[in-house]
Design a protein around this ligand. Sequence first.
Ligand SMILES: Cc1ncc(COP(=O)(O)O)c(C=O)c1O
Length: 389
Amino acid sequence: MGVAVQQLAESFDTLALHAGAVADPTTGALLTPIYQTTTYRQEAVGKDKGFTYSRSANPTVSALERRLAALEGADYCTCYATGLAAMTVLCLALLRAGEHVVASEAVYGGTVRLFNQVLAPFGVTAEFVDTADEAALRKALTARPTRFVFIETPANPTLKLTDIELTARIARDAGALLVVDNTLLTPALQRPFELQADVVLHSTTKFIEGHNATVGGALITRDPELHERFSFTRNAIGAIQSPFPAWLTLQGVKTIGLRMAQHSENALRIARFLETHPRVTKLLYPGLESFPQFELARKQQTSGGALIAFEIEGGVEAGIRLMNNVRLCALAENLGSVETLITHPASMTHADVPARQRQDAGITDGLVRLSVGLEDPVDVIRDLLQALL
Ligand SMILES: Cc1ncc(COP(=O)(O)O)c(C=O)c1O
């Protein structure tokens, strides 16, 4: 196997291209190869080259792990088949029956389903609270010993923010770890470890790979002990990512800095347009001065990101009509790709979240989520204009 390219530069964009890459000594191939292999020839019993079986580790996956760890400013990363596989390993590695988690009220629907419908029967409990409300967070942590606090900021799909630094302090005082789902902004726009997070989770399916080509997940940490537990659990349950999606993600992530800056610039233009449209009754975008937590967004994010949430006059019916009428934007479940995607969270991504919890989290039946891509924003605005007629 080749050698990892030396890290001569620390700048984010340079790391996105080079960190963790493997130079192939036999061919000189510039790109890290796809090591599509199950197993590895061993020189002698007990003497291997660091790889034995691709459920435990694979060189292409390891290259992606080195790159993602470097981009988050951390030391360790494990990659998974999906974001929810990463979430599952996080929970199985850290929780035992009778233990408790406090999570943001507004999180990805699959995260709620995992806690409520998969982990609850094993005796693990989760309380969903408004983690943007300091008093509510402190109350939840005083009420019960808590293993970790899980926040998603901005939250999918309401874009509500949680103060990462403050939450890290409160969690630490209560003896809990802080896990941040950084999927919606990526390390290009938000740096949870600099704000004292213990673990960062990614659905690499979204902006990290960025091209709607793969599903994948990652757990990143600076703590060797936590990393050891994640690696052990990943191997024990068989949740590792396959080499080909890892290789595609290695290509996609190269342009993360450029893409996230452009996603934000396009989203800001589209949000400004929607804000002035007479049929839009509510609009949430963290890059706009009108956003209720604009100051917090300025404090912990570099820019507003790609997601916009809005409601239009006429409620659910009108929202559905809009989504059925778009031509350039794709009506789809995903977010975080170069193509603009439009979603109805109540019936799609968050359909499994109990209606009451959806309401408490502000996920109204009429809420529309727009994941702004890299098309010329003028074309997206034109599409939304005709769909809003
Ligand atoms: C914020 C967030 N975290 C985690 C996930 C789960 O990731 P995956 O779909 O890759 O399993 C998603 C999926 O939409 C998400 O939006």
